[in-house]
Design a protein around this ligand. Sequence first.
Ligand code: HPA
Ligand code: MG
Length: 226
Amino acid sequence: MAEDSPVKIVKQDKGIVIEDDWPGYSLDLFTYPEHYHGDIESVYIPHGVIMDRIECLARNILEDIGNHDVIALCVLKGGYKFCADLVESIKVLSRSTNRTLTMRVEFIRLKSYLNDQSTEDLHIIGPEDLSMLRGKNVLIVEAIVDTGKTMKALLKHVETFQPKRIGVAGLLVKRVPNGVGRLPDYVGFVIPNRFVVGYALDYNEYFRDLNHICVISERGKVKYKL
Ligand code: HPA
Ligand code: MG
């Protein structure tokens, strides 16, 4: 297979569906930082489950990548843990199957949320120049896709740099009433329309240091409100 042909996405993964009535696990069953006691309601997706799921996504992505060179485009800040763990998992799997894979990682930073609400304006904070994506197979690595507006704007932006093919990995996809645009090719979990934090997902920059994906409590929302 030619190194520079587009990656064919065939191992699409629609994700584990978490139903609307899933309350999450009781907090007593897990450990989490002392400073968040009272600020979260339940453990929605435990860290270990996230890691196992990522391994599965890594396997599918690796099968699609074959011998192509790929640039992972990590969407900051929320995607930093997912990207790090996904790239690591792909690396470990490729080694154990005796493949030599070099995966470059680049970063883009976006901001669109204030408190727990999406603001109308998406800010692409940087970098300005993504010309290194030109002619490359790009895998966008995003922690969460909800309305799809951010993803739509991001895809449009990335396309201006003329990559060969864009694949998208999303750890979480939210079931929202008016979802727009393209779903990720590789989805970790499909979750109800609730605001979640942890595993690098924030509420006004808090909770990124929580390993599990959790539901924030009313007290937590008030405490860290801007
Ligand atoms: N949590 C944190 N950040 C987000 C979310 C969420 O549920 N949805 C979109 N950005
Ligand atoms: Mg955020």
